[in-house]
Design a protein. Structure first.
Length: 164
């Protein structure tokens, strides 16, 4: 597939320069980072959440785990993880599980992690399990400019310490 049509159109409409990084098939953003030989903290993964008001996509470094309490505090909502069977309808031109971080392209609300604020390059899922979109960090932040952001995730070890 290479790049989902919706993503390509979105990036082109916003005049964003990008390139594709091909890698071996992977199931997670962290695996994609390792397979593509790119810094894993620069790969932004997307986690789909929902509540009675609809869907929200959390965008965070692939090395981290989303903290639902922090997201809900930031947004004033009671979001939970969306069910996998709902993702196909939201991302019709993407493979299941290859949720793109630029989910505004799909008409979804997004909240992103402040830990992505100073990253020089960003890599995101291209809509399949074998390609990443690579863009400058400034371009990513320009696309996310109007979206809420905060610290919404932590590395696995820190997150466990906070909740034990």
């Amino acid at each position: 597939m290479a790049i989902a049509t919706t993503l390509k159109k979105y990036l082109d409409q916003h005049h964003i320069e990008y390139d594709l990084v091909h890698h071996a098939h992977s199931e997670t953003a962290l695996e994609a980072a390792h397979s593509a030989h790119v810094p894993s903290h620069q790969v932004a993964k997307a986690v789909v959440l929902e509540d009675e008001n609809g869907f929200v996509v959390g965008v965070l470094p692939s090395t981290n785990r989303l903290d639902l309490e922090w997201v809900n505090e930031t947004l004033g909502r009671t979001l939970e993880m969306a069910r996998e069977n709902e993702l196909t309808a939201l991302f019709k031109d993407c493979e299941l599980g290859a949720v793109p971080a630029l989910s505004e392209a799909y008409g979804l609300d997004v909240v992103w992690d402040d830990q992505l604020k100073n990253v020089p390059d960003i890599y995101i899922e291209a809509g399949d399990h074998e390609n990443l979109i690579h863009m400058r960090g400034e371009s990513f932040r320009e696309l996310m400019r109007a979206m809420p952001h905060s610290i919404i995730s932590a590395e696995k070890d820190y997150s466990r310490w906070m909740h034990d």
